[in-house]
Write a protein that binds this ligand. Structure first.
Ligand code: DX5
Ligand code: ZN
Length: 225
């Protein structure tokens, strides 16, 4: 089932619990949590205590996206805080196989992320190992950027590879998802669509923004079948 994952990067942090409740009521199943260290990306966000607070406040799945240099050091703390899935950047992990294996052994789903300019061929050796692949459709670091269209070609090629090799990993996309492009993205083969500003900063209320996006994305995948 295609899912919209609201990215709390665009939430009102003073009202985070309340906004998460609204999303839960609207039928949301997963939240996306962006962790930035000011080194791998030029921005700083949140750490494990916020994930632990969210874990107490909601039953939603928590998908943690680590945009940090030292994932080996910090990933276990996010799993212990309650993350259900943790993704790391291919570009930041010198020993990617080891890092992904460690995340799985900690008890979370393990994902690998590619920046827009990184080819999918760099993942050929780990596709058997990963639970999901996150294709960045903006350069990571900030919400509210414009969708980079050529990343859809990467999604299509990855979905094709998954078919050919009879693998089961989920394909996720992150950055610039709107109600105008959600259907096209789902049609390309994406099952998890992260959406920050189009959920939290749209002209509609929160629940309505979420359901509109979800309806768009799901209608497309139904047409595909
Ligand atoms: C960007 C983050 C995204 C961001 C998406 O580095 O990884 O998750 O929150 O925000 P939008 O949907 O506004 O592009
Ligand atoms: Zn993200």
């Amino acid at each position: 089932m295609v899912e919209i994952l609201p990215s709390i990067l665009s939430a009102d942090f003073a009202r985070l619990g309340e906004q998460v409740q609204l999303l839960e009521t609207a039928g949301c199943h997963m939240l996306h949590v962006d962790v930035m260290d000011g080194h791998f990306v030029p921005n700083i966000t949140i750490g494990p205590p916020v994930v632990a607070s969210l874990r107490k406040a909601t039953k939603l799945k928590l998908d943690v996206h680590l945009m940090i240099e030292d994932a080996d050091r910090y990933a276990p703390a996010f799993v212990q805080a309650g993350a259900d899935s943790v993704s790391v950047h291919q570009e930041a992990c010198r020993h990617l196989d080891r890092t992904l294996t460690m995340i799985k052994s900690e008890g979370a789903l393990a994902g690998v992320v590619l920046n827009p300019a990184t080819p999918i061929a760099t993942l050929d050796c780990v596709l058997e190992l990963v639970d999901y692949v996150l294709i960045m459709s903006v350069n990571p670091g900030f919400g509210g950027q414009k969708f980079i269209r050529y990343t859809l070609n990467k999604v299509r090629a990855l979905a094709e590879k998954r078919n050919q090799r009879r693998l089961n990993f989920t394909i996720e996309i992150d950055g610039g998802v709107t109600r105008e492009n959600a259907a096209e993205i789902a049609n390309a083969g994406v099952e998890w669509l992260v959406a920050g500003s189009s959920v939290f900063s749209g002209e509609l209320d929160l629940g309505m923004s979420f359901t509109t996006l979800q309806r768009e994305a799901r209608s497309a995948s139904m047409v595909k079948v």
